[in-house]
Design a binder for this molecule. Structure first.
Ligand code: SF4
Length: 166
Protein backbone atom coordinates (compact mmCIF):
# COMPACT_ATOMS: atom_id res chain seq x y z
CA UNK A 1 0.00 0.00 0.00
CA UNK A 2 2.74 2.42 0.99
CA UNK A 3 4.85 1.46 -2.03
CA UNK A 4 1.89 2.16 -4.33
CA UNK A 5 1.32 5.54 -2.72
CA UNK A 6 4.98 6.43 -3.26
CA UNK A 7 5.03 5.22 -6.86
CA UNK A 8 1.95 7.29 -7.71
CA UNK A 9 3.16 10.39 -5.84
CA UNK A 10 -0.23 10.57 -4.18
CA UNK A 11 -1.30 13.71 -2.36
CA UNK A 12 -3.51 11.74 0.01
CA UNK A 13 -3.09 8.25 1.43
CA UNK A 14 -6.22 6.55 2.80
CA UNK A 15 -5.08 3.85 5.21
CA UNK A 16 -7.90 1.57 6.37
CA UNK A 17 -6.95 -0.24 9.59
CA UNK A 18 -3.25 -0.36 8.56
CA UNK A 19 -2.09 -1.79 11.89
CA UNK A 20 -4.81 -4.37 12.53
CA UNK A 21 -3.42 -7.79 13.54
CA UNK A 22 0.17 -6.50 13.63
CA UNK A 23 2.30 -6.88 16.73
CA UNK A 24 3.21 -3.63 18.48
CA UNK A 25 6.76 -3.49 17.08
CA UNK A 26 5.67 -3.75 13.44
CA UNK A 27 2.76 -1.43 14.19
CA UNK A 28 5.20 1.22 15.46
CA UNK A 29 7.38 0.80 12.35
CA UNK A 30 4.40 1.22 10.02
CA UNK A 31 3.21 4.32 11.88
CA UNK A 32 6.72 5.82 11.84
CA UNK A 33 6.90 5.24 8.09
CA UNK A 34 3.55 6.92 7.54
CA UNK A 35 4.53 9.93 9.67
CA UNK A 36 7.73 10.15 7.62
CA UNK A 37 5.74 10.15 4.36
CA UNK A 38 3.44 12.80 5.76
CA UNK A 39 6.31 15.09 6.70
CA UNK A 40 8.84 14.49 3.90
CA UNK A 41 6.43 14.22 0.97
CA UNK A 42 3.75 16.53 2.37
CA UNK A 43 1.28 13.68 1.83
CA UNK A 44 -2.02 13.94 3.65
CA UNK A 45 -3.07 10.77 5.47
CA UNK A 46 -6.61 9.70 6.35
CA UNK A 47 -6.31 6.93 8.90
CA UNK A 48 -9.34 4.69 9.48
CA UNK A 49 -8.93 2.84 12.76
CA UNK A 50 -10.57 1.63 15.96
CA UNK A 51 -7.27 2.00 17.84
CA UNK A 52 -7.56 5.14 19.97
CA UNK A 53 -3.95 4.74 21.11
CA UNK A 54 -2.77 5.13 17.51
CA UNK A 55 -5.15 8.07 17.05
CA UNK A 56 -3.77 9.83 20.14
CA UNK A 57 -0.21 9.31 18.99
CA UNK A 58 -0.27 10.21 15.30
CA UNK A 59 -3.43 12.12 14.35
CA UNK A 60 -4.04 15.86 14.40
CA UNK A 61 -7.77 15.83 13.71
CA UNK A 62 -10.36 13.12 14.46
CA UNK A 63 -13.75 12.34 12.97
CA UNK A 64 -15.76 9.81 14.99
CA UNK A 65 -18.38 7.89 13.01
CA UNK A 66 -21.30 5.76 14.17
CA UNK A 67 -23.63 3.83 11.87
CA UNK A 68 -22.59 5.80 8.80
CA UNK A 69 -22.83 9.29 10.35
CA UNK A 70 -20.25 11.67 11.73
CA UNK A 71 -21.08 12.03 15.43
CA UNK A 72 -18.10 14.11 16.54
CA UNK A 73 -15.20 16.00 14.98
CA UNK A 74 -12.36 17.75 16.82
CA UNK A 75 -8.64 18.32 17.17
CA UNK A 76 -7.17 15.23 18.80
CA UNK A 77 -6.21 17.00 22.05
CA UNK A 78 -9.73 18.46 22.45
CA UNK A 79 -11.39 15.13 21.74
CA UNK A 80 -9.39 13.29 24.39
CA UNK A 81 -9.69 16.13 26.91
CA UNK A 82 -13.43 16.65 26.49
CA UNK A 83 -15.42 14.20 24.32
CA UNK A 84 -18.86 15.70 23.64
CA UNK A 85 -20.74 12.71 22.23
CA UNK A 86 -21.82 9.76 24.41
CA UNK A 87 -20.46 7.29 21.83
CA UNK A 88 -17.02 8.94 21.94
CA UNK A 89 -17.24 9.02 25.74
CA UNK A 90 -18.07 5.30 25.77
CA UNK A 91 -15.09 4.53 23.52
CA UNK A 92 -12.78 6.51 25.81
CA UNK A 93 -14.04 4.73 28.92
CA UNK A 94 -13.48 1.35 27.22
CA UNK A 95 -9.72 1.89 27.06
CA UNK A 96 -7.72 -0.18 29.57
CA UNK A 97 -5.35 2.29 31.25
CA UNK A 98 -2.26 1.24 33.17
CA UNK A 99 -3.52 2.90 36.35
CA UNK A 100 -7.11 1.64 36.08
CA UNK A 101 -8.79 -0.23 38.97
CA UNK A 102 -8.21 -3.87 37.98
CA UNK A 103 -10.86 -5.12 40.40
CA UNK A 104 -13.53 -3.43 38.26
CA UNK A 105 -14.70 -4.71 34.86
CA UNK A 106 -13.79 -2.59 31.85
CA UNK A 107 -16.59 -0.35 30.61
CA UNK A 108 -18.58 -1.66 27.65
CA UNK A 109 -21.07 0.16 25.43
CA UNK A 110 -24.25 -1.84 25.90
CA UNK A 111 -25.92 -3.43 22.87
CA UNK A 112 -24.65 -3.80 19.33
CA UNK A 113 -24.49 -1.61 16.23
CA UNK A 114 -27.84 -1.92 14.39
CA UNK A 115 -27.95 -3.05 10.78
CA UNK A 116 -28.00 -0.33 8.11
CA UNK A 117 -31.19 -2.05 6.93
CA UNK A 118 -32.79 -1.25 10.27
CA UNK A 119 -31.60 2.24 11.21
CA UNK A 120 -33.28 3.55 14.40
CA UNK A 121 -35.47 6.65 14.20
CA UNK A 122 -34.04 9.86 15.65
CA UNK A 123 -30.48 9.70 16.91
CA UNK A 124 -28.85 6.54 15.59
CA UNK A 125 -27.06 5.99 18.89
CA UNK A 126 -30.24 6.32 21.01
CA UNK A 127 -30.86 2.54 21.57
CA UNK A 128 -27.41 2.29 23.22
CA UNK A 129 -27.13 5.71 24.83
CA UNK A 130 -27.51 6.11 28.62
CA UNK A 131 -28.70 9.71 28.10
CA UNK A 132 -31.35 9.01 25.47
CA UNK A 133 -34.74 10.68 26.00
CA UNK A 134 -37.91 11.03 23.92
CA UNK A 135 -36.47 13.78 21.71
CA UNK A 136 -33.39 11.67 21.00
CA UNK A 137 -35.61 8.78 19.91
CA UNK A 138 -37.71 11.02 17.65
CA UNK A 139 -35.35 13.55 16.05
CA UNK A 140 -31.87 13.22 14.58
CA UNK A 141 -29.63 16.00 15.99
CA UNK A 142 -27.51 18.03 13.55
CA UNK A 143 -23.72 18.05 13.65
CA UNK A 144 -23.09 21.40 15.35
CA UNK A 145 -20.09 23.28 16.66
CA UNK A 146 -20.14 23.40 20.47
CA UNK A 147 -16.59 24.68 21.05
CA UNK A 148 -14.08 26.25 18.64
CA UNK A 149 -13.23 23.51 16.13
CA UNK A 150 -15.24 20.85 17.98
CA UNK A 151 -18.52 19.57 16.56
CA UNK A 152 -20.90 16.94 17.92
CA UNK A 153 -24.20 15.43 16.79
CA UNK A 154 -26.01 15.25 20.14
CA UNK A 155 -28.95 17.03 21.73
CA UNK A 156 -27.17 17.02 25.09
CA UNK A 157 -23.67 18.03 23.96
CA UNK A 158 -24.01 21.42 25.64
CA UNK A 159 -24.52 19.76 29.03
CA UNK A 160 -21.09 18.13 28.63
CA UNK A 161 -19.73 21.68 28.20
CA UNK A 162 -21.42 22.70 31.45
CA UNK A 163 -24.23 24.57 29.66
CA UNK A 164 -27.93 24.08 28.94
CA UNK A 165 -29.35 21.71 26.31
CA UNK A 166 -30.37 23.22 22.97
S1 SF4 B 1 -28.78 12.76 20.91
FE1 SF4 B 1 -29.51 11.68 22.72
S2 SF4 B 1 -29.33 9.52 22.19
FE2 SF4 B 1 -28.10 10.64 20.74
S3 SF4 B 1 -26.08 10.61 21.59
FE3 SF4 B 1 -27.03 12.48 22.29
S4 SF4 B 1 -27.95 11.98 24.28
FE4 SF4 B 1 -27.47 10.05 23.25
Amino acid sequence: MIAMALACESKVLIADEPTTALDVTIQAQIMDLMIDLNQKLDMGIILITHDLGVVAEVCSRVVVMYLGKIVEEAAVADLFARPLHPYTQGLMRSIALLDCDRTQPLHVIEGTVPSLHNVPAGCRFAPRCPMADDRCRAQMPALEEHAPGQKARCWHAKTFMGGQDA
